[in-house]
Design a binder for this molecule. Structure first.
Ligand SMILES: Cc1ncc(COP(=O)(O)O)c(C=O)c1O
Length: 401
């Protein structure tokens, strides 16, 4: 018996275009209309053959995005819970951990590791800079007993993309060291090849490139990491993956399944796999390129030395306040972007490129950013310059499909 009625899927849904609101944050993101339809379907129980079938399919298909043959686990938690799950399943109190810190989320992971009793060394970059692979290599040479190396693939607070592939190659030389990667704002947005690059633990978040509501984290471990799982002795219960692994083998989740998001994930994976992962990466890269080019033409400068494709951080002109620009954009132009956090507060704005974003939203973004700059300083950019740039932006999108 199918509990999903075709007629439910055909009901009329307002598209983003009609709603005139753009969520261009680096997560959560605009949902795909097909996903919104699935999210409004009647609830079903998670211990039913119908859900079991969906779960089985999702657990298989999600491996394509992780680019792994290993098991991927669906956890009902936010991304931070996924980061915690990677840690508690591989860590024992007193273990040496190298935490690469390029911004807020790196700081968070280091704090988390400390909270679980790790002896944490911090390799910090100044904000806007990616970590140097040599620095990681030097640290491991001096401290070969390091058990875990933690790093953000994309540090969302600075929009920096770190050299994950190169760091993984360094860590791979150490049989007793794992490389755990927070790819919450990276996985599904640009290539992260878990098996090929030899990443040992990988976490993604539902509200980012997976185009889903916030509330699930997806994680996977390499074979090397599973050997650590057996020995890891920090206390854990909800995030003990051994229970989840056993349950998945019988086609179920250990705790109650997140039916709504899992069902929507099934739809997203169908959309991604139908069009191909490369197409998804291409679209996100195109939006990032567009934003970098026209952001600079508007008078902003790039904040990150190694800019991520999933989010762009633009330094605002020194005479202006990024927080005010962000608020103005939301209140007057109906576009949500993010400002800077901590030391970058007021200095940058951050624009996300993941999720369901249509070209008209990109053109509107450039126009609205121009109008906001003009609102705060009429001498900075003129209405004529904004019109000319908006026309150029439309052409760019046409010429770069
Ligand atoms: C790189 C990165 N790590 C971790 C997190 C934390 O995820 P959550 O807020 O879902 O717990 C985020 C959220 O934006 C993130 O961008």
């Amino acid at each position: 018996m199918s509990l999903i009625l075709e007629s439910d899927l055909n009901s009329d849904f307002e598209s983003n275009k009609n709603s005139d609101y753009s969520l261009l944050a680096p997560g959560p993101v605009n949902l795909h209309p097909e996903v919104r339809k699935v999210l409004s379907l009647p609830m079903i129980h998670h211990r039913t053959p119908e859900f079991d079938k969906i779960l089985k399919k999702v657990l298989l298909n999600i491996k394509t995005v992780f680019q792994t043959k290993e098991d991927v686990f669906l956890l009902t938690t936010t991304g931070s819970g996924g980061m915690e799950a990677l840690l508690v399943n591989t860590l024992s109190p007193g273990d040496k951990v190298l935490s690469i810190v390029c911004g807020k989320f790196g700081e968070r992971w280091a704090e988390m590791a400390k909270a679980f009793g790790a002896e944490v060394s911090i390799l910090e970059t100044s904000w806007g800079k990616a970590v140097e692979v040599n620095a990681v290599e030097e640290h491991l040479k001096k401290h070969p007993d390091t058990r875990l190396v933690l790093c953000q693939a994309c540090e969302t607070s600075t929009a920096v993309s770190n050299p994950i592939r190169e760091i993984a190659a360094v860590v791979d030389k150490y049989p007793d060291t794992l490389f755990l990667v927070d790819a919450i704002t990276a996985l599904g947005a640009y290539p992260i090849r878990m098996d090929e690059w030899k990443i040992d633990g990988l976490v993604a978040g539902s509200q980012k490139a997976f185009m889903l509501p916030t509330g699930m984290a997806f994680i996977s471990f390499s074979k090397k990491a599973w050997k650590f799982v057996e020995k890891a002795s920090v206390p854990k219960f909800y995030f003990d993956l051994r229970k989840e692994k056993k349950a998945n083998l019988t086609g179920e989740t250990f705790f109650s399944s997140n039916v709504m998001i899992t069902r929507a994930l099934d739809k997203v994976l169908d959309l991604i796999l139908d069009r191909g992962l490369e197409k998804l990466f291409h679209d996100i890269h195109r939006r990032a390129e567009f934003t970098r080019i026209f952001g600079e033409k508007l008078g902003f400068t790039l904040y990150a030395d190694s800019p991520s494709d999933s989010v762009t951080a633009l330094k605002v002109p020194p005479s202006m306040d990024g927080q005010k620009i962000r608020l103005h954009l939301e209140e007057v132009h109906n576009i949500t972007i993010m400002g800077g956090q901590d030391q970058a507060k007021g200095k940058i704005i951050r624009i996300g490129h993941m999720g369901y974003i249509q070209d008209f939203e990109l053109i509107k973004l450039i126009k609205s950013l121009g109008l906001s700059l003009n609102f705060f300083d009429a001498t900075f950019i003129t209405p004529e310059q904004i019109t000319a740039l908006t026309t150029e932006a439309s052409k760019w999108l046409e010429q770069n499909p």
